[in-house]
Design a binder for this molecule. Structure first.
Ligand code: ADP
Ligand code: MG
Length: 720
């Protein structure tokens, strides 16, 4: 366009010069060519018209080109202008959009002056979050919002300005005073030839709280895991151990190296050879892993006797199984207690049965022995029937021994506890034991140096020892060694925890060890059961150890057995030691049959027994008043109060028991002496029997009866 500015001057000057030159030269040329003036005028006119035509054409061309150029330039200009406007409009629109976005964005945003750190521009979210108005913000600095020290905030701003975007977790104070955790992201930006800091803040208070809660939940989980008595481990579907507690490691005796692998498979490989039935363990384990969402529960038995209960449950998040929680509980002790309980219940039942039979049988025996004895007493020395009677008495002796062993199962066993030295019992019975053993069995005694005084029925202990000796002999058919030893033993809580039985205290420990065949576990578990025997019919009754067991129980003791096939057997019997070791003088009844003339009230419901008692007493000079039960007895006593010197009563009777009758008789104000007869507990002695009274155990033997009657009447209560 600038170039066009000179065009008018150039064109008009050129025109003027060209015109002048044309007029001058054409006139001279014409003057020389056309001599006549008329001719010259004509050509002058043609020349003038020609000039006009030429210049007009030229002018037209010039103007035409000129105008075209100008029009083109104008069009260009207009297009340029349009473009410019569009660009400006776009800019304005995007600016509006940006500021709208800034204003309305849900993120908390503001602009900060990097020098003063004052807040220049805030969006709605920032105002809503901090609770300040735009005017209040104008007065604020970033340092006022941040609870950190000013220098810290300033340093952070400087760093952001220098190094680009920066992140920081801060505590910001809101208008209401509340402090919240925010994560602030600061970016330097350049606006209108100035630098600013653009801040985006995120409220992370809830997130931090959730983090904290998560940490607490995790520590609670860890503490709970460690506090439980169960061994627990969690595995993910890939077989990695996600978490496990220390108890788990100790229960399974896992070394650190195995735990460190965090691999469930390694763990399984390690434990397999500790198990009794590894195949079953693997089968159940794999089945439970295969059916990810099912629960399972099983029992795991170890070779060393430990028993675990395993519960395996899926760990489910939403609907998805993300792992399994497997917990192991050590139920070894529970198992052994259960089996002990079962055992004692079984023995109890048998005992009740045996006791019942023995009780009735004793009454019959009393009659048989009694009459046979009467016959024997009345027979002449040379009576041919005497031999038969002796045979009857010998047989009844054996029958009495049998009922005694039957009663040994029942708790109601008649026993005569007295303080005795366990060592003395063993020494006394030694000769007898040796007689039981063949020559190829060596018997050794290792007795404690100190006396082991226990409150015991010596006869029963002898019986127990004999049973153990016989069993040991049977277990050593081709010879061996039998060791009977005693020692003092102190049972403490640790011992009880390990063995699952016992009561703290001091005990006399009697051990009987043989080098015989030993027993496998199945046998070991059942040996104390009555009628359990591995011996061929006719050889074993299966009552020996049952009896030993009961005898030990009645003495408040414990029995244990240690045995492996091929290595022999040790029975250990723990009997509570007496606190004060008093040894009562033994007294044996060596006196001759005692007679008398007093009147005796006999209360007995069993007719044959009552008759026998009367016969025995009357034939030895006593007068007898009979009563058929307690009611009858009390009535007869009331009637003959003054004549009666002694009451002889059965304890178990219909209508009124011997004890009840005794109480009533006592309440009549007399202190008549009483003898109780029973097949049952000697404990009665302590509970109901008064000074000067007696308990007579059934079957009542005539001589013993007469001796006791005499003794009681004479007031000699120590007689037995
Ligand atoms: P019995 O001797 O009549 O068989 P027991 O009750 O005395 O009945 O014993 C039961 C079983 O316990 C025996 O059959 C035997 O298998 C086993 N037993 C007992 N003592 C021993 C021992 N010392 N060594 C090996 N086995 C024994
Ligand atoms: Mg036996």
């Amino acid at each position: 366009m600038k170039r066009l500015r000179h065009v008018p001057l150039v064109v008009s000057s050129t025109y003027a010069v060209a015109g002048a030159l044309w007029i001058y030269f054409s006139s001279r040329v014409l003057a020389s060519l056309v001599p006549s003036a008329a001719g010259r005028t004509f050509w002058e006119t043609v020349k003038g018209w020609g000039f006009i035509v030429v210049t007009t054409v030229l002018l037209y061309l010039l103007l035409w080109a000129y105008v075209r150029k100008i029009l083109g330039a104008e069009k260009e200009l207009a297009a340029e202008k349009d473009e410019c406007r569009a660009a400006r409009e776009a800019l304005e629109e995007s600016e509006a959009q940006f500021s709208l976005m800034f204003a309305k964005h849900s993120a908390i945003m503001y602009l900060v002056d990097p020098d003063s750190l004052s807040i220049i521009e805030v969006n709605e979210a920032a105002r809503a979050f901090y609770g300040y108005t735009a005017a209040e913000f104008a007065e604020l600095r970033l340092t006022a919002l941040d609870t950190a020290r000013d220098v810290e905030v300033q340093a952070f701003a400087r760093e952001a300005l220098r190094g680009g975007e920066k992140l920081r977790v801060a505590k910001h104070r809101l208008a209401g005073g509340e402090v919240r955790a925010v994560e602030i992201r600061v970016t330097p930006i350049h606006l209108t030839r100035r630098e600013f800091l653009f801040v985006i803040a995120t409220d992370i208070t809830e997130r931090e709280k959730a983090d904290q809660e998560m940490k607490e939940a995790l520590s609670l989980l860890a503490a709970t895991l460690e506090a439980t008595a169960d061994g627990i481990f969690v595995r993910d579907p890939a077989g990695r151990i996600v978490i496990c507690n220390r108890k788990f490691a100790t229960m399974w005796r896992l070394p650190e190296t195995i735990l460190a692998t965090q691999n469930d498979r390694q763990l399984r490989l390690f434990v397999l050879d500790q198990l009794k039935d590894p195949d079953r363990f693997l089968e159940i384990t794999e089945a439970s892993y295969a059916h990810g969402d099912s629960e399972s529960c099983d029992i795991i038995e170890f070779k060393d006797g430990r028993v675990f209960e395993r519960v395996s449950k899926p760990q489910v998040v939403g609907e998805i199984v993300v792992g399994r929680v497997i917990s192991y509980r050590d139920i070894t002790e529970r198992r052994s207690l259960e089996s002990q309980l079962r055992q004692s219940q079984k023995l109890e039942a048998i005992g009740t049965l045996a006791g019942g039979i023995a009780h009735d049988f004793n009454n019959l025996l009393t009659a048989i022995v009694g009459y046979a004895t009467l016959m024997q007493m009345r027979m002449e020395e040379e009576n041919p029937l005497r031999h038969q009677v002796n045979q009857i008495l010998a047989a009844t002796d054996r029958a009495a021994a049998l009922t005694k062993s039957l009663l040994a199962y029942s708790r109601r066993q008649v026993s005569d506890p007295a303080p005795v030295d366990l060592n003395a019992i063993i020494r006394e019975i030694e000769a007898l034991l040796l007689r039981l053993l063949p020559a190829n069995i060596v018997c050794r005694q290792e007795l404690a140096d100190v006396p082991l005084t226990i409150l015991a029925d010596a006869g029963q202990l002898e019986q127990a020892l004999m049973n153990l000796t016989v069993n040991a002999r049977d277990a050593m058919p081709s010879g061996g060694e039998l060791v009977v030893s005693t020692e003092e033993f102190s049972m403490n809580a640790a011992y009880i925890a390990i063995h699952g039985y016992g009561k703290p205290g001091r005990y006399a420990l009697l051990s009987v060890t043989d080098s015989g065949s030993g027993m496998d576990e199945d046998t070991r578990e059942r040996i104390f059961e009555p009628f359990f025997t591995t011996k061929e019919t006719g050889k074993g009754t299966g009552l020996g150890l049952a009896m030993v067991y009961n005898i030990v129980k009645q003495h408040g003791g414990f029995i244990s057995v240690a045995s492996e096939p091929g290595t022999g057997t040790t029975f250990r019997i723990y009997l509570p030691l007496m606190e004060t070791a008093v040894r009562l003088a033994e007294s044996r009844d060596t006196r001759p049959v005692a007679e008398g003339s007093e009147t005796i009230l006999v209360m007995e419901d069993d007719e044959p027994v009552r008759q026998l008692l009367r016969d025995v007493l009357e034939s030895n000079g006593y007068a007898v008043i009979e009563a058929v039960d307690g009611v009858d007895g009390v009535e007869k006593f009331a009637r003959h109060k003054d004549e009666i010197h002694l009451v002889l009563t059965d304890i178990m009777m219909p209508h009124k028991s011997g004890c009840a009758a005794y109480e009533e008789i006592r309440s009549m104000g007399t202190d008549v002496r009483t003898i109780f007869m029973t097949g049952y507990s000697a404990a009665l002695r302590e509970t109901i029997v008064g000074q000067g009274d007696m308990v007579l155990t059934k079957p009542v033997l005539p001589k013993a009866l007469l001796a006791k009657v005499r003794a009681v009447l004479d007031g000699d209560v120590t007689a037995t």
